[in-house]
Design a protein around this ligand. Structure first.
Ligand code: BTN
Length: 265
């Protein structure tokens, strides 16, 4: 497949037949190069009832969780940030971040028979190699409206086969190249639908999907928090999206994504 650039009309054409209202509510900003798509939407005023979508062919300062750099080669992958306004209740945002991981998993899984797993809270893995990552940031305004900034990086057409990093792409897994516009349209529609379900039913509506693709389930993990290092078995998540870790005394610890980093061995 020859190079297909990111294009607003291609995304809208893919969305319109099945989601005409969503296509109307979407505002796309596409750049050849940008420091970070998250940074762009964090400084752009978001509008009520509008979904802002910022995409770049490359990022010079792509950011991952814990301040890590996000590799952003030109024209091959998806660097996408969605911005939307949410009324109040920040406590639900940890759950929201899992919903975005699950929506990404649901969109990408049909492209391959190899299972795509979600490593709590936000990594998508195939055969232990990272396919996608998600960085959610929030801006709270004085009027109690929260700007939710959803940054999604998905490795699509770049090959990581000879790289020293434990990363992979859809191309590495399938041997095929993909039109990123189609995948972005599917992501926007799925995230939009799943946030609606999440608002009415919470995380419980997604517990079956989580269970089916939970990479850490029943594995021994190490958890690092500022004042605690803990080793235990990951036994799932609760309704707030916190991970549950059972230590060797049978005590169950509830840990939230914001303050936790995990290692598995
Ligand atoms: C992670 O796994 O650490 C999260 C990676 C998030 C990367 C995406 S790429 C689009 C958006 N812009 C950024 O600067 N970061 C996110």
């Amino acid at each position: 497949m020859s190079f297909i650039p990111l294009e607003t009309h291609a995304i809208l054409d893919a969305l319109e037949p099945t989601n005409p209202h969503l296509a109307k509510a979407l505002e796309c900003h596409i750049f050849q190069t940008l420091d970070s798509t998250n940074e762009f939407l964090k400084s752009a005023p978001l509008k009520p009832h509008v979904i802002s979508c910022c995409l770049a062919e490359t990022q010079t300062k792509g950011r991952g969780r814990f301040g890590r750099h996000w590799h952003s080669s030109f024209g091959e992958n998806i660097y996408c940030t969605l911005g939307l306004q949410a009324a109040g209740d920040l406590s639900r945002l940890s759950g929201l971040s899992l919903i975005i991981s699950l929506a990404t998993q649901k969109v990408l899984q049909p492209y391959t028979n190899i299972p795509i797993q979600v490593k709590w809270p936000n990594d998508l893995l195939v055969n232990e190699q990272k396919l996608a990552g998600i960085l959610i940031e929030i801006n709270t305004n004085p009027n109690a409206i929260t700007d939710v900034i959803i940054g999604i990086g998905i490795n699509i057409n770049q090959s990581f086969k000879d790289s020293a990093h434990p990363w992979c792409s859809l191309f590495d897994i399938t041997g095929k190249q993909f039109d990123r516009n189609q995948i972005i349209a599917a992501m926007i529609a799925t995230i939009h639908d799943d946030i609606k379900v999440f608002k009415t039913s919470g995380l419980s509506a997604f517990s079956e999907q989580w269970d089916a693709c939970d990479y850490l389930k029943n594995k021994t993990i190490h958890v690092q928090k500022p004042n605690l290092t803990l080793t235990g078995k990951s036994i799932g998540i609760n309704q707030m999206g916190c991970i549950l870790v059972e230590d060797d005394k049978g005590v169950i610890h509830t840990l939230s994504a914001g303050e936790t980093s995990l290692k598995r061995n």
